[in-house]
Design a protein around this ligand. Structure first.
Ligand code: URA
Length: 488
């Protein structure tokens, strides 16, 4: 009988070495007892022989699909993780098609383990909540988080956080291990005690963000608990709002229905009723000399048909000497009624995310590629419609005036429409996001997604991933802003 104890840190690599060695020596799965440092051995794992296998293997080989499956399954919390994975490896030497047989109990068990680990990994990406704990001597902000995964995923999940939060020092402590990222170096160690991480402002931000994305009209408690399992709640600051939000959902949904996208009040004067829609009226080509003049002239713009249906022109806002100009798509329902850009749900999300990433919206000029709300009425509601190429092109008149007057050192294009208006193409935004492009005059343009894409991205887990990706873009933007000398 062979007894092997895998270390707590580096177990996947240790298992690979041990399994290869056993296989080369023709050791049957039933002759191995696997254990993990600090855990009981898997005394039952080796009971069945694993079927006929090779006497010995000169060069162990496995189908490609086995490797990711095994890497995930080895992180499972069950004591059988090492023995089962070895058994499969053993059986694959005489049956390379084994993995295709989903009815096989070993294959099915390994897939089950992999799925559960993958899910736990996703949850870690979405639910780790950092708190700021100080500043390193090297001037890097330091953050700490406490997370309780279901499986042994610390080593597996740490590279994700390294990529995501490369510019800060952080640690993620769990009941088993702690991952530390300090001065660009990752280390993993046993966790000896739960760190004391006092509440900080980010907790309140999480709550604000959560309260904003919580849609009472779409609430399905069971689905929500499946996406955000209750066991993770205790370490998520926003989770304390959940019972209250669920209890008030019905009332809030009703209030939302009364308040939500509504046809503009019948007394609201539409632009077109104030200005006759004639080619001459559309073409006052005198260029305004200040933003105030431009804003006022844009109120009577009839360059495209959208002015017929919108309540008013929603012009850009912000300091006129702003180093940076944020460009969205077009005003939404609430912006159309308020006459201000980004004050509705997408604006609230944008504000929360900017604050979280240390970008102060008040310092920058915020505008849209198209200045009138485009929608189709549906009952009492006005459903957003994406502006077409002609509308974007006509409205460039105003965007170019804003650019000329503000002279931003950088433009942030959020979403396809903004990318098209600013760079001439809205194609491939998902591939271009997070990076800088340069216009013909050398102005750098930072491309990212539109914040409403986060709100529209499906279930909570997808939304959480989209939010994290958007946050990643904004952190990259914050770095660019710092290098422009534009952000503290
Ligand atoms: N979406 C935008 O693109 N702009 C706004 O002002 C609001 C929502």
């Amino acid at each position: 009988m062979h007894r092997l104890t895998m270390p707590r840190i580096g177990f996947a690599e240790a298992w690979r070495g041990a399994a290869r060695d056993l296989l080369l020596r023709g050791v049957r799965p039933c002759d191995v007892i696997w254990a993990s440092e600090g855990e009981d051995a898997d005394l039952f794992g080796g009971q069945s022989s694993g079927g006929r296998g090779p006497e010995s293997v000169a060069r162990p080989t496995v189908p490609k699909a086995f490797l990711p499956l095994a890497e995930a399954a080895l992180c499972h919390a069950g004591p059988e993780r090492f023995s089962l994975t070895y058994k499969l490896l053993w059986r694959l030497q005489s049956n390379r098609d084994l993995l295709a047989d989903r009815a096989d109990p070993d294959v099915s068990a390994l897939h089950g383990m992999e799925k559960s680990v993958r899910r736990d990994n996703h949850k870690a990406h979405a639910f780790v909540r950092f708190r700021e704990i100080g500043m390193s001597e090297a001037g890097r902000r330091q953050f700490g988080a406490w997370f309780e995964p279901q499986h042994h995923i610390v080593e597996r999940t740490a590279p994700f956080f390294v990529r995501r939060f490369a510019d800060m020092d952080w640690m993620i402590a769990t009941p088993d291990l702690v991952a530390r990222f300090v001065d660009g170096k990752l280390s993993i160690a046993p966790c000896t005690e739960r760190p004391d991480l006092p509440e900080d402002d980010a907790d309140e931000l999480w709550r604000t963000y959560f309260a904003n994305i919580f849609n009472p009209a779409r609430l399905k408690v069971k689905a929500m608990k499946s996406e955000m399992p209750v066991k993770y709640w205790k370490n998520m600051p926003e989770a304390r709002l959940i019972p209250e939000l669920i209890a008030g959902a019905e009332k809030a949904a009703k209030a939302m229905q009364d308040r939500m996208p509504s046809l503009a009040h019948h007394r609201t004067e539409r632009v077109v009723s104030r200005v006759p829609l004639t080619p001459e009226a559309a073409q006052t080509d005198a260029r305004p000399e200040t933003i105030a003049e431009a804003r006022s002239a844009a109120q009577t713009c009839t360059r495209c048909d959208l002015c017929r249906y919108a309540t008013q022109t929603v012009f850009g806002e912000g300091p006129e000497t702003g180093d940076v100009m944020f460009v969205g798509e077009q005003p939404g329902d609430q912006e159309d009624l308020a006459g201000k850009p980004f004050v509705g749900p997408a604006g609230r999300l944008l504000d929360a995310m900017l604050e979280e990433t240390g970008i102060e919206r008040g310092r920058y000029y915020v505008t849209n590629a198209v200045k009138h709300f485009k929608y189709v009425p549906q009952g009492k509601r006005r459903l957003h419609q994406r502006p077409n190429a002609g509308e974007i092109e006509r409205c460039k008149w105003w965007l170019n005036i804003e650019r000329d007057l503000i002279r931003p050192k950088m433009i942030v294009a959020m979403g396809v429409t903004a990318a098209q208006a600013v760079t001439g193409t809205g194609e491939g935004v998902m591939k271009r996001r997070g990076a800088i492009e340069h216009l013909a005059d050398g102005t750098p343009v930072f491309i990212t997604i539109h914040p409403s894409a986060v709100l529209r991205s499906g279930d909570r887990a997808a939304q959480e991933r989209a939010r994290l990706d958007f946050e990643g873009d904004l952190r990259a933007l914050a770095r660019h802003l710092r290098s422009l000398g534009s952000q503290a």
